[in-house]
Write a protein that binds this ligand. Structure first.
Ligand SMILES: [Zn+2]
Ligand SMILES: [Zn+2]
Length: 428
């Protein structure tokens, strides 16, 4: 029961905030004398879209000493009551929970505290059929307790493949692991470029050249500049004239590199009447067209759904941006029939965005999985408005993994030549 509370039934904090705080906690823990291993656990390790607390497992020769040092960390405001672990309220307000164990207990403790509650309950059921019991300190085989050396060994003991933390939600992953058909999840290293980035030509902070240099330094081979279209005046949306001038600058920047290319894209508004903010002849000139809704959020479900589907059916639209429109902790999704959107995307070969911005994560894990089952492909994009936000890609990848997405499901894992072919024709 304690675990259920620890892994968060009332998620609260955005991932960028939680990971930044967790990094500080982890570096403190690593500095405690006698500490052997440190890992985040709980919902943060599973990459949930928002988390309620930070959970850590630490091993050391003297677990009590480690736990006591933790309560005296500079970021601790006060010690609170924890159910399976030591708990503190941090100066960032978020609660941090620590389970300190002996080195040989680390894998069991990590698996236990990573959860989820539903996943562990299901795993416990499998263990019970053999007369075993999973515990945070090891696996109780009845006559003796074994301590697996790694989580891989722990799952192996139950005769199944290792289940990545992002899948541990009790939604069929254990059955898949037993049957040997877990997905091979997309990895951050598979990402070859970012297809949704704003520059200072609209409401972004950086020049095209600054963005290109930052992306190339990240090891990307391409990045699409997709500034806003003319109707979005608050964001200094581009008209045809400025769009063409921007393309000339992109072409001149591209001459600087032989291992990296900017793509000339646009984030074109899907207008309240369902038409796009540019005519087809303009869209046809672009390398990448993202169509997004930025207005008319309050329309009824049928109208909003039809607007998005009309954009999907446009032969020049490659990607639908932030398909549900939610802003985590601030604004829910607009009223749309996402299953109809998924069907239309699958039918036309239009990619749906997995917007990696930590306050969007849109599509969410649930619809990614439904989309994948229908054969929809996705683009994991940061929608960065400044070069530092290009690093948000990791949150999008986590979300994609939670949606069971594999490399082949994600278009920006393709090398540039292959991606260009994919972008050129919609009859894919
Ligand atoms: Zn947008
Ligand atoms: Zn955008």
């Amino acid at each position: 029961q304690g675990l259920k509370e620890l892994v968060g039934e009332r998620p609260k904090w955005l991932l960028n905030f939680a990971f930044a705080a967790a990094d500080e906690v982890a570096s403190f823990l690593n500095g405690i004398p006698g500490v052997v291993e440190v890992s985040a656990a709980g919902s943060l390790r599973r990459g949930r879209e928002m988390v309620e607390s930070l959970d850590f497992v630490v091993s050391g020769t003297d677990p009590e000493d480690v736990a006591s040092a933790f309560t005296r960390a500079p970021f601790v405001q006060r010690v609170v009551v924890g159910e399976v672990s030591t708990a503190v309220k941090t100066k960032w307000e978020i609660q941090a929970n620590l389970l300190a164990v002996r080195p040989e207990q680390f894998a069991s403790a990590l698996q236990y505290l990573t959860g989820s509650w539903a996943h562990n309950k299901c795993l416990q059921g499998i263990a019970r059929k053999r007369g075993w019991k999973l515990d945070k300190y090891g696996v109780d085989l009845g006559k003796r307790i074994v301590t697996p050396k790694s989580e891989e060994d722990l799952y192996q003991l139950l005769e199944m493949r290792y289940i990545p933390p992002e899948l541990r939600e009790g939604q069929g992953e254990i059955e898949a692991a037993l049957a040997g058909n877990l997905p091979v999840l997309v990895d951050i290293g598979d990402i070859k470029g970012d297809l949704h980035v704003h520059s200072n030509w609209s409401d972004g902070a950086n020049t095209l050249e600054e963005i290109a240099l930052a992306a190339r330094q990240m090891g990307y081979s391409y990045l699409a500049i997709t500034d806003h279209s003319r109707s979005l005046r608050v964001a200094r949306g581009l008209d045809e004239e400025r769009l063409r001038r921007q393309r000339l600058e992109i072409e001149s920047i591209n001459r600087m590199f032989d291992d990296f290319q900017l793509l000339a894209g646009i984030e074109v508004d899907i207008l309240p009447d369902g038409s796009l903010d540019f005519d087809d002849d303009i869209l046809e000139e672009m390398d990448v067209v993202i169509a997004s809704i930025h207005s008319g959020f309050k329309q009824d479900r049928d109208t909003l759904t039809s607007r998005i589907i009309a954009a999907i059916r446009n032969e020049h639209v490659d990607i639908i941006g932030h398909p549900s429109g939610r802003l985590l902790g601030r604004r829910g999704s607009y009223q749309i029939d996402m299953e109809r959107v998924l069907d239309a995307a699958a039918e036309t070969g239009t990619a749906l965005e997995i917007n990696a911005s930590p306050d969007r994560l849109d599509l969410n894990d649930h619809y990614i999985r439904l989309g994948k089952e229908r054969g929809v492909r996705f683009s994991i994009n940061t929608d960065a408005h400044g070069r530092h936000s290009l690093a948000d890609m990791r949150y999008g990848v986590l979300t994609a993994r939670r949606g069971w997405a594999e490399k082949e499901d994600i278009i920006n894992t393709m090398p540039l030549s292959e991606l260009r072919k994919w972008l050129q024709k919609k009859s894919r």
